[in-house]
Design a protein around this ligand. Structure first.
Ligand SMILES: Cc1cc2nc3c(=O)[nH]c(=O)nc-3n(C[C@H](O)[C@H](O)[C@H](O)COP(=O)(O)OP(=O)(O)OC[C@H]3O[C@@H](n4cnc5c(N)ncnc54)[C@H](O)[C@@H]3O)c2cc1C
Length: 275
């Protein structure tokens, strides 16, 4: 059984190794990298927005992984490694999981990761753009954050492109009778994807018309004018830090959604590398 706290955490923590099986450009701003290999046998899929820490080769091109997987242990070991040899570590979401025997590229389990392509000085985005079959990575499962309480019959999911995989996974795993709405800001109309959402959930793609506009402004405006029930709403908000905190503030203060019924996470911050 997974551990249920504020979030659902995996029962067993271990840094798994995997290798790139395939990569392809999905749309103007997304690259999909599929990883697999025998190391993924230890991975347990939980669905929803299940996310993980992705360990990529460091500056010297080698992949050096911590041996501890406890939340403080791996980070302490990471800090002890020299700046040249420590791995690049970033957070990503499982866009799709296929169990061993059901893969597209071989007999092992497979995980698809959808990376936003967002600039050259960004190690994870750059790694994804250049990922080649056989490249090795490490993966530390961190569980799921989406947790609609039983008293909420309506789910509101809000995010930018970095949260598209989390919203897609949550809608795919949600009960088919769920009612709700999703608002997803994307840089280009062609970045929209099929989401397999329940019939009662309306998906709204909010295209950032102005390429220079701050990420999150358009989707926050869309939520402000959206028709949302006055009670029984669970909200899941993820993406750029200001988007997440701004939409949460609006929902809590103006829509009076109890803070306990809102999950919000800053996935990245303008002008600040995550490492
Ligand atoms: C739980 C969780 C799940 C996530 N899942 C995904 C996922 O499935 N797919 C995904 O693409 N991202 C996802 N992210 C976001 C991802 O971890 C960050 O975008 C990360 O900073 C990317 O690392 P990087 O090395 O490419 O850029 P960094 O080195 O971290 O940043 C370099 C520069 O790029 C900017 N930047 C970072 N991310 C973005 C972005 N998305 N758009 C525009 N500019 C950016 C920063 O502000 C900085 O100026 C997730 C984050 C969390 C916390």
């Amino acid at each position: 059984m997974a551990k249920r706290t504020k979030y659902v955490k995996p029962e067993h923590r271990e840094i798994l190794t995997a290798e790139v099986l395939a990569s392809k450009r999905l749309s103007p701003n997304f690259v999909r990298v599929t990883i697999g290999g025998e190391g993924l046998a230890g991975y347990t899929s939980m669905g929803f927005d299940q996310w993980f820490r992705l360990f990529m080769p460091g500056k010297d091109g080698n992949l050096r992984l911590p041996t501890s997987a406890s939340s403080l242990g791996w980070y302490a070991q990471y800090l002890m490694m020299g700046k040249e040899t420590r791995p690049v570590v970033r957070n990503y979401t499982v866009r799709d999981y296929r169990a061993a025997g059901f893969g597209e590229f071989g007999s092992s389990a497979e995980i698809d990761i959808d990376f936003v392509s967002h600039g050259d000085d960004s190690p994870a985005s750059t790694w994804a753009n250049n990922a080649t079959p056989g490249d090795r990575i490490g993966l530390l499962d961190e569980g799921i954050m989406y947790q609609a309480p039983d008293h909420c019959a309506f789910s509101l999911l809000v995010g930018d492109e970095s949260a598209l995989p989390a919203i897609a996974g949550s809608l795919r795993s949600a009960p088919r009778e769920l009612k709700g709405a999703a608002f997803i800001e994307i840089p280009h109309a062609d970045d929209a994807q099929e989401l397999n959402e329940p019939e009662g959930v309306q998906v709204n793609w909010v295209v950032r018309e102005d390429a220079h506009a701050e990420t999150g402004t358009a989707v926050a405006n869309a939520v402000r004018t959206a028709d949302i029930p006055s009670a029984g709403v669970y909200a899941f908000i993820a993406g750029e830090q200001k988007l997440a905190s701004g939409v949460r503030r609006h929902l809590a203060q103006e829509r009076e959604i109890p803070k306990a019924d809102i999950t919000f996470t800053g996935y990245w911050r303008v002008g600040k590398a995550a490492g």
